[in-house]
Design a binder for this molecule. Structure first.
Ligand SMILES: C[S@@+](CC[C@H](N)C(=O)[O-])C[C@H]1O[C@@H](n2cnc3c(N)ncnc32)[C@H](O)[C@@H]1O
Length: 244
């Protein structure tokens, strides 16, 4: 069954996946979610400007929206920085389905770069290296050379798509993160937060995007400034459950 395009509130288009019965993005806006949930809380621009280079991991290429938005933000706000990205996808849609989503992304070259990435599996230009690996992220991540400054964890929900939320996989992500690397996800499930903690991540509160709840941020070691704190009661309850 083919997924269907659906308009979100910021005017950008997402899709509905008929088997997972979920949208690929928040209905408050596909483009808005990419910026507010992933680019900003992972501090990509700040890290890129500070280091002169940035390497990030995109779990769940989907419609290429997170990747396209971050690419545009980096190229326009940190133009001299060298960018390296690995994107993982186990169910790549056809180019004809993906094209309209690419075409609506900001930036003159974003659409062309994503199209080349899908067709060739990689892009290697001066200052820009992108790789799209088709396959199960659970098998692919342990094969990746670290270290990533940021990780976008964006599969479908833990209820419908439980595998990429398992503690063992979150541990594999911890292994490939750089020290001080930040992972962002929309999930606020206690089970996901506990699995992140078990895997060694320090966790904090993600931003509220649209009407949806706030999401979760995780860092490998502490970061400066610190991640926004979870509600103290919630944190105590998670810590208590972890020792039971
Ligand atoms: C919510 S959508 C991602 C949307 C995407 N980040 C974007 O910006 O367009 C979830 C994606 O994760 C992919 N996915 C789910 N489980 C996966 C796995 N184990 N390995 C790789 N990709 C997976 C799905 O096929 C789907 O394309």
């Amino acid at each position: 069954m083919a997924s269907k395009p659906v308009l979100t509130e910021d005017g950008s288009v997402t899709r509905f996946h008929p088997e997972y019965e979920e949208h690929y993005h928040s209905m408050c806006g596909a483009h808005k979610e990419a910026l507010k949930r992933f680019v900003e809380p992972c501090r990509l621009i700040e890290v890129a400007l500070q280091k002169g280079a940035i390497r990030f991991l995109d779990v769940g290429f989907g419609l290429g929206v997170n990747l396209g938005i971050v690419l545009h933000e980096l190229q326009s706000r940190a133009p001299k920085v060298s960018i390296e990205v690995v994107s993982l996808e186990k169910e790549l849609l056809s180019l004809s389905d993906l094209r309209p989503h690419f075409a609506s992304l900001p930036g003159k070259e974003t659409s062309t770069l994503l199209e080349q990435l899908v067709v060739e599996g990689e892009v290697s230009n001066t200052g820009l290296k992108m790789e799209l690996i088709q396959g199960d992220a659970l098998e692919q991540v342990p094969l990746l050379p670290g270290e990533f400054d940021a990780i976008f964890l964006d599969p479908f929900s833990p209820k419908k798509n439980p595998e990429p939320w398992q503690a063992s996989f979150l541990g594999a992500l911890w292994e490939v993160s750089s020290k001080g690397g930040i992972l962002s996800t929309y999930s606020v499930a206690a089970s996901v937060r506990m699995s992140l903690m078990r895997a060694g991540w320090e966790i904090g509160l993600g931003p509220r995007v649209g009407r949806k709840s706030s999401g979760t941020l995780a860092s490998k070691g502490s970061v400066d400034p610190p991640l926004p704190a979870l509600d103290p009661k919630q944190r105590r309850s998670l810590e208590k459950r972890l020792t039971e």
